[in-house]
Design a protein around this ligand. Structure first.
Ligand SMILES: NC(=O)c1ccc[n+]([C@@H]2O[C@H](COP(=O)([O-])OP(=O)(O)OC[C@H]3O[C@@H](n4cnc5c(N)ncnc54)[C@H](OP(=O)(O)O)[C@@H]3O)[C@@H](O)[C@H]2O)c1
Length: 238
């Protein structure tokens, strides 16, 4: 182990939903966890929830749509730690038709979901190459497998990241860097309106369930890479 101590896991979009559950799942399994998102108070609240257990995540607020901010955050983490795993989870959508989506909304979705993930990868990749290994996990979506309306910019962002990371995977095998894509279907989080969640009680997946699968994929330390996992509610898509 390097003088920087135990290598950690950097999770973007960890202030709620799948990212928050993933942070708790990883820290509970003994990982050192660095959490990022725009809302610092929500990130700090993870430690309030963990306070009875002596477990703790390290908070690094970061808006992933700014490369300057992403690079600064990665460098801040790397000053005192190694990063063994990056989980690109930060994401937004609008649930609007292409006609009704404003240019600002489209920019925000592409800048966060696609460029934000690419920026985070670029910020940690030299470090992973240098240390001779690592894992990059991307939370994509079932929209990369099936057509949904009112999701055009969102689908473009997730399919763009699928293409980027499929190419990346082949480039970085030689450095022992694993690239894992998780493709969840409908999961009950703040991304969905209260109306949709109330209309589908018990039907949507839980963020805690997705988090367990992400941890499982990360833990496969043998001579294999789990390249892609598609997760759907038992009763199918909404
Ligand atoms: N829920 C689903 O049905 C579903 C299905 C497939 C895939 N996904 C994907 O799962 C991921 C997590 O979403 P979720 O469902 O858990 O929804 P969520 O609870 O709304 O979580 C989204 C997270 O992304 C963060 N975020 C948004 N914009 C950001 C930015 N510019 N910079 C940094 N962080 C940002 C949010 O934090 P701040 O607001 O504090 O920045 C929040 O922590 C997304 O990539 C989403 O596309 C979700």
């Amino acid at each position: 182990m390097s003088s920087k101590g135990k290598p950690g896991v950097w999770i973007t979009g960890a202030s709620s939903g799948i990212g928050r559950s993933t942070a708790i799942e990883f820290v509970s399994a003994g990982s050192k966890v660095f959490v990022s998102a725009r809302r610092e108070t929500e990130l700090s609240n993870i430690n309030n929830d963990l306070s009875g257990s002596k477990l703790k995540v390290e908070v690094y607020p970061c808006n992933v749509s700014s490369y300057t901010k992403v690079e600064e955050t990665a460098n801040n983490i790397l000053e005192s730690h190694s990063i063994d795993c990056l989980i690109n989870n930060a994401g937004i959508t609008s649930f609007k038709s292409a006609v009704n989506n404003s240019i600002q909304e489209i920019n925000d979705i592409i800048n966060t979901n696609l460029l934000g993930a690419i920026y985070s990868i670029k910020a940690v990749l030299p470090h992973m190459v240098e240390r001779g290994g690592g894992t990059i996990i991307n939370v994509l979506s079932v929209v990369t497998r099936k057509v949904f309306t009112n999701s055009s910019a969102y689908s473009a962002s997730k399919m763009g990241l699928l293409g980027y990371t499929n190419s990346l995977r082949e480039e970085v095998r030689k450095y022992k860097i694993k690239v894992i894509n998780i493709l969840p279907g409908a999961t009950s989080t703040d991304m969905w309106s209260h109306e949709v969640k109330e209309k589908n009680p018990g039907r949507m997946m839980k963020s805690e369930e997705i988090a367990k699968i992400i941890l499982w994929a990360y833990m496969q330390k043998e001579n294999l890479v789990t390249e892609e996992i598609l997760l759907r509610p038992m009763d199918g898509d909404l």
